[in-house]
Design a protein around this ligand. Structure first.
Ligand code: NOJ
Length: 800
């Protein structure tokens, strides 16, 4: 167990413990009320982001741009789009974020520019072969590099576009208005490095490298992941480390694991890389109710250098890309999650998390549980923390970039502008519209998704194993259950071990886990704090509700976390017996039936003094019941007869009523057989041993040598002479040794030990006989004061 961990701002590995919140400036909050979100708006909402529990913000491109690719078509790398604010606003934002211990990650989009960028305007007008022209990739035909796939298949027919001014084709991997920069030209790389330093100097902590697999082109290849591209990245990394150590590079490489992994290099390229193949497989696993897609892709995921880290995500500003799945998997996911064809775009699905999960809170939580516990740094897409919806009727990917829903006010609280002026219409449908889904309402509701997310992020933050630990899958027989351990050796030598178990199915599931390597450890629920039964030699059985999941820390008994809650012994569900006149009414046929058939068998199984717990009880009855009235407390002196196997056993159980409000002691309740109600008065029918009036009454009766007539004879209270010599105060302290021994003993006023011998047998009880004999022969203690004979059941001895 580690102490709660708060990442420090100085830690160079901060990105390993981070949770990143992805924000689109234009859609977050409009402080200037012109209809477009802006930096002043984002600054106003920083406290909201901090309260969510994230510690890094990733901003989508905010640079001057024609915004034909929503800002990924950059026209000026060193400025801010005027609708979003000024450079002074950007500086203020970085400062304010840092003040709240939040890191800032921005975009370094270097694969391409907008065709409006001055470099391109110059290039197309420049002479072929000139330095200016060489900033981009040109060809006099559109057949070159024909082994290259098209990424935006819905809009583009070719990766080449003819330029009238240049009288040549230019190369672009994305939209035709986004010409690719030519990284074979060292001047391009030099410019890129200068742009990077410019933003680092402003205080940016991390840079997402957009579309990095496509930097370099070579004939005869598919122009992805080329070694020359990796060389460019190594140069960028070296320049970053030299200029601003401790900052981070995050690769957007939508590739298979073995290729995405290459973007870490030998720890000399990017610090982080998105795990694109994992993302669709989480959706696949929950749709197929089978863990295999997840375990399979993780087994295919190579080890990464020690200081590197995957970025994992459920959704982002793009379509849910299905490029990294097989064709049949893509069809399956399309049919499951995008039956409405308008939800499909390129090779993906333009929907947000909540609609993908059909607003099923259990599934949304399950997916977030995975996001927060799989190896890597989670990235949360703005709005998903409140379950925002989408609008598949908007163009391109705008449907998942709608304004943040802050309140039920005009424009969802995003802007005071005329709704017609908004950058994008907010979602207004009855299920996901800002009336129904908004921050204001959810922040005030402890059961909202937002409150749940905040709690989960707080829990995650306390355990480094989530961000830094290794992962070890368990493979229980039930494949609907995904289970893994996250293990992190903390500096003091102990390994923080977290067990994550997910039911991927819509029905309740049971699972048996092989936790034999952790025998003796106690699983403590990280979320609620309850301790579960310790792990033993046998497989560990868990049951999970539909789409339920657990995160447990496997604690050693010695190191149980201070916040855990020990399981309480549940109070038995007691039947209520109604009495009109008092104690004797519990012997009326209906009450007696309840006592004998229900209450007694269960009661006996919990008593230490019941010798035959290992056997099934065939029947139990109140064999002898004698009501003995007392000054303030009546007793039903009861012998119980229990049939076990072929024999019967008898036990003494003096019963009495402890009325509610008469005592604060817990014992009468703990030893109760039933609830008692007399009109409005409630109480417990309990073992008289638990009620002080019983031993005090008994001592009084012994001193008075009372004789009580009973059904078939009389009970004589016969003290030995020693009792008279014992002096007690008026209200002697009564101390019970342990309610649960094979007999029940108590000490009265530190002078008398009273022992109820439970098992009733023929003849004189040897213990009574022995003590009496020793006393008679001069042994000092203990000296019996009283005993019941010949059927001996109770004894009292003076300690004096
Ligand atoms: C990747 C970005 O995530 C996407 O939004 C953009 O359209 C492409 N790069 C092209 O810039």
């Amino acid at each position: 167990m580690t102490a709660p961990h708060t990442p420090t701002f100085e830690d160079p590995l901060w990105y390993k413990d981070a949770v990143i919140y992805q924000v689109h400036i234009k859609s977050f909050f409009d402080a200037t009320n012109d209809g477009v979100g802006d930096f002043p708006g984002l600054i106003e909402k920083l406290d909201y982001i901090a309260a969510l529990g994230v510690n890094a913000i990733w901003l989508l491109p905010f640079y001057p741009s024609p915004r034909r690719d929503d800002g990924y078509d950059i026209a000026d790398y060193r400025n801010v789009h005027p609708e979003y604010g000024t450079m002074a606003d950007v500086r203020r934002f970085i400062h304010e974020a840092h003040k709240r211990d939040i890191r800032v990650i921005t975009e370094l989009v270097i694969n391409h520019t907008s065709d409006q960028h001055p470099w391109f305007q110059k290039a197309r007008a420049a002479k072929p072969g000139s330095a200016a022209r060489d900033f981009y990739v040109w060809s006099d035909n559109d057949k070159k590099y024909d082994g290259t796939r098209i990424i935006f298949v819905d809009t583009e027919k070719s990766n080449w576009t003819w330029d009238e001014t240049a009288q040549a084709f230019y190369w672009h991997r994305f939209f035709s208005h986004q010409p690719d920069l030519n990284f074979d030209n060292p001047k391009v790389l030099k410019e890129v490095l200068n742009i990077m330093r410019f933003w680092l100097d402003l205080g940016v902590d991390g840079l997402r490298l957009d579309a990095v697999p496509y930097l370099i082109e070579r004939d005869g290849t598919n122009n992805e992941n080329l070694s020359e591209t990796h060389d460019v990245l190594k140069t960028i990394r070296a320049a970053l480390d030299a200029h601003a150590p401790g900052r981070m590079l995050l690769a957007e490489a939508n590739q298979w694991p073995e290729d995405a992994q290459q973007y870490f290099g030998q720890g000399d390229e990017c610090h982080m890389s998105f795990h694109f193949p994992l993302m669709p497989r989480m959706y696949m696993a929950i749709a197929q109710e089978d863990r295999f897609p997840i375990t399979d892709i993780m087994r295919q995921t190579p080890e990464i250098p020690e200081l590197c880290q995957w970025a994992i995500f459920l959704r982002n500003h793009d379509e849910l890309t299905l490029e990294m799945v097989t064709d049949s998997e893509r069809d399956y996911l399309w049919n499951t999650y995008a039956a409405d064809r308008r939800a499909r775009i390129n090779l993906g699905i333009r929907r947000r998390l909540a609609p993908l999960m059909e607003r099923d809170r259990r599934r949304i939580e399950l997916m977030n549980g995975l996001l927060l516990s799989m190896p890597g740094t989670p990235v949360i897409y703005y709005g998903d923390e409140i379950g925002m919806g989408d609008n598949i009727h908007l163009g391109d990917r705008d449907g998942v970039r709608t304004p943040m829903q802050w309140s039920p006010d005009r424009n969802g609280g995003f802007s005071r502008a005329n709704p017609a002026d908004l950058v994008l219409p907010p979602v207004m449908d009855p299920l996901y519209g800002f009336d129904a889904v908004n921050v204001e309402a959810q922040a005030a509701d402890p059961h909202s998704l937002l409150s749940w997310m905040r709690r989960m992020l707080a829990v995650r933050k306390r355990h480094r194993a989530f961000g830094r630990g290794t992962q070890q899958f368990l493979y229980p027989g039930n494949r609907k259950v995904l289970a893994y351990l996250r293990l992190y050796p903390v500096p003091d030598g102990e390994t923080e071990t977290i067990l994550c178990v997910y039911n991927l199915s819509r029905t309740a599931q049971a699972v048996e886990l092989d936790l034999s390597a952790h025998v003796g450890r106690v699983p403590v629920d990280l979320i609620g704090g309850a301790a579960f039964p310790p792990i033993g030699q046998l497989s560990y059985l868990l049951t999970l509700p539909p789409f339920g999941f657990f995160w447990f820390i496997l604690a050693t008994e010695a190191a149980l976390p201070p916040w855990h809650i020990r399981p309480s012994v549940p109070m038995p569900e007691l039947a209520t017996l109604v009495v009109r006149d008092g104690l004797a009414d519990v012997l009326a046929p209906s009450a007696r039936h309840v006592l004998e058939s229900e209450a007694l068998p269960a009661y006996l199984m919990r008593r230490r003094w019941f010798a035959s717990k290992d056997h099934a009880i065939k029947s139990a009855r109140l064999a002898q019941t004698d009501k003995i009235p007392g000054r303030s407390f009546d007793i039903l002196l009861t012998e119980i007869e229990v049939a076990v196997g072929a024999r019967t056993e008898r036990y003494l159980l003096p019963l009495g009523i402890s009325w509610d409000g008469e005592t604060n002691a817990a014992l009468p309740q703990q030893l109760a057989l039933a609830r008692i109600r007399q009109t409005r008065r409630m109480g417990y029918l309990t073992d008289a041993f638990a009620v002080d009036a019983f031993p005090l009454g008994l001592i009084r009766a012994l001193r008075a040598r009372t004789v009580v007539p009973v059904q078939d004879g009389e009970i004589r209270c016969l003290p030995t002479s020693h009792l008279d010599a014992v002096e007690l105060p008026d209200n002697p302290e009564i101390q019970r040794l342990s309610a649960e021994q094979s007999n029940s003993s108590l000490i009265v006023g530190k002078k008398i030990i009273m022992k109820i011998i439970r098992r009733v047998m023929q003849g004189v009880n040897p213990e009574v006989e022995m003590v009496r004999h020793l006393t008679a022969h001069g042994y000092a203690t203990p000296r019996p004061c009283w005993a019941r004979s010949p059927v001996s059941a109770m004894t009292a001895a003076s300690t004096a």
